[in-house]
Design a protein around this ligand. Sequence first.
Ligand SMILES: C[S@@+](CC[C@H](N)C(=O)[O-])C[C@H]1O[C@@H](n2cnc3c(N)ncnc32)[C@H](O)[C@@H]1O
Length: 287
Amino acid sequence: MGSHHHQHGQHHSAAQTDAAMAELLDLDAEVMHSYLSEVTAWIRQLAADPPPRRILDLGSGTGSGAFALLERFEAADVIALDVSAELLHRLSGRARVLGVADRIRTVQADLDATWPAIDVVDLAWASSSLHHMADPDRVLAEVFATLRPGGLLVVAEMVSFPRFLPDDLGFGRPGLEARCHAVLAEQRAADMPHLGSGWGPRLSRAGFTVEAEQPFVIDLAAPLPAASGRYAQTTLRRIRSGLDGQLSTDDLAALDTLTDSGGPDGVLRRGDLTVRTSRTVWAARRP
Ligand SMILES: C[S@@+](CC[C@H](N)C(=O)[O-])C[C@H]1O[C@@H](n2cnc3c(N)ncnc32)[C@H](O)[C@@H]1O
């Protein structure tokens, strides 16, 4: 099942994959703005005084976390680390637009291969990135060594992909989104065995003191952030691309109707859209 997912990906070039990922991450940052603000306020409380000045964003993508942290911690600089030069390029462009280019440095590195030379930091943030690593325990050991004693590592992971739709869409068989998510959950478990792993025990084994494990529930209804329709469309298209052969042709057709940009039943036009997802966030301190 996981192999099917991978085969599909091979039809796309790396650049296309990066561009699609960049778009999704940017939309995610826009729609999840209130969550990001909540989570950085939570980190502010845990970090105590003085607030962090040197921050590492591990697997930064296009920088949703980095920018939220720069906003919260006004005296801080961020090192944004990612394997993708394309995503870091997007991040740098956005940093210039936001006027924070002088507070952010990008480091391109594949953490499966080597850990780059990075100065000691006060805070490390890893959002939806650790589960991509081949050997997360080794990466955690490196993060531990890079944090100052007393410094915090904050790990955020998505519990599942976001949901957008009511059970009854007004067409097709009810429960479409639930059926999609059931297949996805199976695929994700096979493709990314680290995903479901509770990070608490792993953090403890790496030497951290786990201070908190906090669920953040995102449940947005109308009026939604402006990017929500496109976020739903992009997410559902991404979901759809992995489901060929895994769902009935009727369900696949219903997904196409939903992601059709011009269609009256498409998510860009629906008035009944919501955004429901949850993330778990761990705060772990280097003693
Ligand atoms: C799902 S994205 C999350 C991006 C961002 N942290 C966020 O929350 O929006 C995962 C990121 O991890 C990066 N990544 C995956 N494997 C990596 C590795 N081996 N070394 C460095 N970065 C990696 C990817 O390039 C991608 O930007």
